[in-house]
Design a protein around this ligand. Structure first.
Ligand code: NAD
Ligand code: UDP
Length: 309
């Protein structure tokens, strides 16, 4: 019998790559999305696969899936700061009600459950790099609070279902990931800079550009998620690339790779923008024998090529 996997947010950037990976291994994939931040283009090529089924659904409403389900992956969320500033209530709902519904489905089907959590649970971190044991520094009432707290709630309810209902759960704390199929106007820094370079616009660096992020290429993340899902680890795991770069370094790298002479301009730093971020991945290295392989330059080049085409 083929295993069946349900993925919410499956038409999004990370979700569509996961659909592809699990289909390539012969699983049946049921992808659920309401296209609030994506469109059918990301998954159009999957419709010819008989093991792929798409359901248009807002997962903050009851989730109904007929038949057996072995894995439930809850990846639906607003994910870019620009998106969750625009839709704060939907962000809170998909992280709370959506996670509750997805857990309910996993409980009903006795399925393994995975939640896409985030480095944002650490907020503007006071510990560097961030290990899973760090509880974070989050402003609950700031403009990013809707996202950070929705994910912190999602982690809490996931652990409650694990403890009370004995659901086999996985909490993956994803650090900034980039690659093909990000939306050009998604607002996140990598697609923004690439869009600006390709359209001869100045690169917009927020603040002084000294804030840091650690950027992971999508293929590395997918491999880590795959290993984690098929492990038996119920504790949260950080997945990301520990290579840390300032936003200014990123801007200069994008200019160098594209041979562009575009200007860099400075804009106000958004409220509560974390000053630094780097995953401590010792746990994933030890437990999953996983670490990212694709350096930033290589990943950025692949992403630029995809955006060009
Ligand atoms: P994305 O915006 O491309 O994908 C999210 C998908 O969820 C979209 O297709 C959107 O339409 C869908 N969605 C949102 N609300 C929904 C709802 N109520 N019902 C059904 N579908 C809904 O973003 P992404 O980068 O692919 O992020 C995927 C997941 O990974 C998210 O949970 C995000 O919080 C998490 N994450 C991503 C990153 C990253 O760097 N890309 C980092 C940390 C965490
Ligand atoms: N950023 C920037 N210019 C842009 C978009 C983002 O300087 O055009 C900065 C942003 O302020 C943050 C970093 O880049 O410090 C990463 O932002 P992103 O939106 O990608 O994700 P975050 O890690 O903040 O969730």
């Amino acid at each position: 019998m083929k295993k069946t996997l349900v993925i919410t947010g499956g038409a999004g950037f990370i979700g569509s790559h996961l659909c592809e990976r699990f289909l390539s291994e012969g699983l049946r994939v049921i992808c659920m999305d309401n296209f609030i931040t994506s469109d059918k283009e990301n998954i159009r090529h999957l419709f010819r696969n008989n093991n792929f089924k798409f359901v248009e659904h807002n997962v903050t409403k009851y989730i109904n899936v007929a038949g057996k389900v072995d894995y439930v992956l809850h990846f639906a969320s607003l994910a870019s700061p620009e998106d969750y500033l625009k839709y704060p209530i939907q962000t809170l709902k998909v992280g709370s009600l959506g996670t509750h519904n997805a857990l309910g489905l996993a409980k009903e089907k006795k399925a393994v459950f995975m939640i896409a959590s985030t480095s944002e649970v650490y907020g503007d971190p006071l510990i560097h790099p961030q290990p899973e044991s760090y509880w974070g520094n989050v402003n609950p009432i700031g403009v990013r609070g809707c996202y950070d707290e929705s994910k912190r709630f999602a982690e809490a309810i996931t652990m409650a279902y694990h403890r009370i209902h004995k659901i086999d759960t996985r909490i993956v704390r994803i650090f900034n990931t980039y690659g093909p199929r990000m939306r050009m106007h998604d607002g996140r820094v990598v697609p923004n800079f690439i869009y600006q370079v390709l359209h001869n616009k100045p690169l917009t660096v927020f603040g002084k550009g000294t804030q840091t992020r650690s950027f992971c290429y999508i293929d590395d993340l997918v491999e880590g998620i795959h290993r984690f899902l098929f492990s038996n680890i119920n504790e949260p795991l950080n997945l990301g690339n520990p290579g840390e770069f300032s936003v200014m370094q990123l801007a200069k790298l994008v200019l160098k790779l594209t041979g562009s002479k575009n200007k860099i301009i400075f804009k106000n730093l958004p409220q509560d923008d974390p000053k630094q971020r780097q995953p401590d991945i010792s746990k994933a290295k030890k437990l999953l024998k996983w670490e990212p392989k694709i350096p930033l330059e290589t990943g950025l080049q692949k992403t630029v090529n995809w955006f060009k085409s």
